[in-house]
Design a protein around this ligand. Sequence first.
Ligand code: NAP
Length: 343
Amino acid sequence: MKFTIAFIGFGTVGQGLAEILADRGKWLREEYGFEYSVVAVSDSIKGSVCDPGGLDLPHLLSLVKEKGSINDYPQGDKGWDSLKTIRQSPANTVVEVTYTDLRTGEPALTHIRTALSLGKHVVTSNKGPAALAYRELRDLARQKGVFFKFEGAVMSGTPLLNLALNHLEGARISEVRGILNGTTNFILTQMEKGLSYEEALAEAQRLGYAEAKPDADVEGWDAVAKVLILANLLMNTQLKVEEVSREGITNITPAHIQEAMRKKCRWKLIGSLRREGSQVRAKVAPEKIPLDDILAGVGGITNALTFSTDLLGKVTIVGPGAGRKETGFALLSDLLEISRSVS
Ligand SMILES: NC(=O)c1ccc[n+]([C@@H]2O[C@H](COP(=O)([O-])OP(=O)(O)OC[C@H]3O[C@@H](n4cnc5c(N)ncnc54)[C@H](OP(=O)(O)O)[C@@H]3O)[C@@H](O)[C@H]2O)c1
């Protein structure tokens, strides 16, 4: 199968995937038989272009870098919005990389429903649709004989979902708990070095790890989205946002950090899911964990998740939780898996 790809959204992650494809397209073809052509890009600010003959990715990337817009691309149809691009471009695969909205899942939910309904594969790093409407989208994809994949939505390119779904099959997972948000982990790590919460947050913002409005990270919403996705995939239960007990890190003070250190512990923002009889208990909260817990050794922006299984005991995966190349890689790994499955 040759992938004809439409990018919906062309920000950090979209460009990250485009750079990887531009950089190693030849090698991907030779090594994995992965054939692709990017036929459309639609972004609400940077513009849109559709050319069934295929777009020149290095040219598009240099236009975005130099002008912040792809409107000067010399060929193709211009000005199509996201839905027109999904409906009318000849793409058989949609890469959905617009912003995450955990309240409504939009605009990504409509993009993904539309693409799947038209029999197009979808790969995305957007957390909203997988957190809020996983079953509906999974069933729609099955009905249409296409794939809906979202490895990048939890721990970016660290192959957490693939590990759980493909390599822990047959084992029963009773609990998952982990550090699912790099920004808060960075802030807590900086506070251990003596910074106040405000100073650590400012440092995270200066380095580009935290947004100007950091609530999604520091109040725990981003981790809640990931916990919901894990509940959907690993515990076969579609929880609602309000069913996840949530507390962020804004109440953690230097005194809490010092007291934990004296007791050979560390504060971590832990997202967790635990089976309790027929129920699944879901939580995001700061926890004071002992230094011999493997998660206590995971500092800075790194993420980690421990699976508790009946046959294998505890298995922990550690790796990046965000980043342009890292999340671009997650999308590539989804594309390669589809390629393997359909060929
Ligand atoms: N960055 C990471 O490290 C990371 C890691 C894991 C998951 N994610 C998820 O991946 C997704 C993309 O992240 P990102 O960092 O690439 O975000 P981003 O840099 O903000 O890019 C999103 C792009 O989508 C565009 N967009 C918004 N609404 C649109 C619409 N209706 N139609 C077409 N384009 C639209 C935005 O344009 P405007 O500028 O006009 O809004 C923006 O250019 C998000 O859902 C994020 O949560 C990101």
